[in-house]
Design a protein around this ligand. Structure first.
Ligand code: SF4
Ligand code: SF4
Length: 72
C-alpha cells in the first residue's frame, strides 16, 4: 500500500493533470480545478506520476502491512 500526498501549494491542478493522465491505475481524479488522490489503494508504486509531475508536488511513501496493524 502507499501513502500519497499532493502539495497543493505547488500543484497546477487541472491546468496540468499529468499525474492523472499518466497513472496506470487511476489513483488521481479531477475535482473541478484540483487534482485529488482518490484511490491510493490502487497504487502500484510505479513512480510514473513522480516522473511526470513538473512541480515535484507528489510524495509517495510505501506502507508495510505490519505498520497498518501497529496503528490499530
Ligand atoms: S506510483 Fe504509479 S500507480 Fe502509484 S499513483 Fe503514481 S503513477 Fe499511479
Ligand atoms: S502532475 Fe504534479 S503539478 Fe500536475 S496535476 Fe499532478 S501533482 Fe499537480
Amino acid at each position: 500500500m502507499a501513502s500519497i500526498r499532493l502539495d497543493h501549494k505547488n500543484c497546477e491542478g487541472s491546468n496540468c493533470g499529468a499525474c492523472a493522465y499518466a497513472c496506470p491505475t487511476n489513483v488521481f481524479s479531477f475535482e473541478e480545478d484540483d487534482i485529488s488522490v482518490k484511490s491510493p489503494d490502487f497504487c502500484k508504486l510505479c513512480n510514473v506520476c513522480l516522473e511526470v509531475c513538473p512541480q515535484s508536488a507528489i510524495t509517495i511513501e510505501k506502507i508495510e502491512i505490519a505498520e497498518i496493524f501497529e496503528g490499530i
